[in-house]
Write a protein that binds this ligand. Sequence first.
Ligand SMILES: NC(=O)c1ccc[n+]([C@@H]2O[C@H](COP(=O)([O-])OP(=O)(O)OC[C@H]3O[C@@H](n4cnc5c(N)ncnc54)[C@H](O)[C@@H]3O)[C@@H](O)[C@H]2O)c1
Length: 320
Amino acid sequence: MHIQKSKVAIIGSGLVGSSTAFSLITQGVCDEVLMIDLNHEKALGEVRDLKNSIKYLDRNVKVTAGGYEDCGDADIVVITAGAPPKPGQTRLDTLDISAKIAKSIVDPVMASGFDGIFIVVSNPVDMLAYLVYKLSGLPKNQVLGTGTSIDSARLQNFLADLVDVDPRSVYGYAMGEHGDSLMVPWSTVTIAGKSFQDVITDNPELVGDIDLDELVLKTTREGWEIFNRKGTTYYGIASACVGIIKAILYNENSIIPVSTLLEGEYGEADIFAGVPAILNRNGVTDILEIHLTEEEKDKFASSAAVIRENTGKILGYIAD
Ligand SMILES: NC(=O)c1ccc[n+]([C@@H]2O[C@H](COP(=O)([O-])OP(=O)(O)OC[C@H]3O[C@@H](n4cnc5c(N)ncnc54)[C@H](O)[C@@H]3O)[C@@H](O)[C@H]2O)c1
């Protein structure tokens, strides 16, 4: 008999990593959570704290602190180690240091025999996911970044608040870079199947004077609005990450916008960018190509250009 256990390793036991672990165990998503951090004592502290939750939760999820050598039998390795931007910095300002950290992680994880799915959360996430893909040598379906999953949730929240509906009834994606250049294909946004344009027409008192460009900017800025108030963000991204993990471990075929390798989709190739993708036990099993207007195609291409330019800056880490 062979009953398989599900194991998620989280690298980086900071705010994002520990929030992800907490969300995993409170929802009982997997059998085992492994925490790894350069600062092993920090990982141990988080593990000891997390273990004290189990008595009051639905499942006895095993939580351990360990090293990269323990990743060999993990189904998923989540990378949250990084250097979050300091006040005044953008996500792109952390590119070089984050790339160094990613390289120091991927090599030993692969040496452990890992053959599961990497989920990159560390910023700038699109470039780092590309780097992890190249360094790991894993097939493209086995490496993804959280990308615009969090931006899409933010957009859906704003739209839901405007018309007072459940954000889960709003269907719309932020796409492209998880960063300042992201775009929203408004022509595809619906509220439970009703096009957002029709919602505007039918609800002049609620959304008649809506400025869509302003809403995109607000979506882009939301991370910073949170950052300015509490110094960082973690609950939202941890929830997005766990949503992705559930789609994979439960073999759900869920469509979630994640950062994945483009090979001609949306007119782009050889970059990781946020696009709606079908996720199941194989990771990114397919990309959903929604039809964009000419203007939306241009905006996606501009965002892709930002990703391409910045990805070019870390190619040296691949050649090393
Ligand atoms: N993708 C997103 O939407 C999103 C949202 C929020 C934060 N982030 C990113 O997530 C990352 C982590 O953010 P945080 O708030 O948890 O930061 P944090 O400073 O709280 O934690 C980072 C952790 O990484 C560890 N670490 C650093 N270098 C390491 C290495 N080489 N190996 C193992 N561990 C290492 C540190 O010891 C620390 O515990 C940052 O890159 C941040 O920008 C991404």
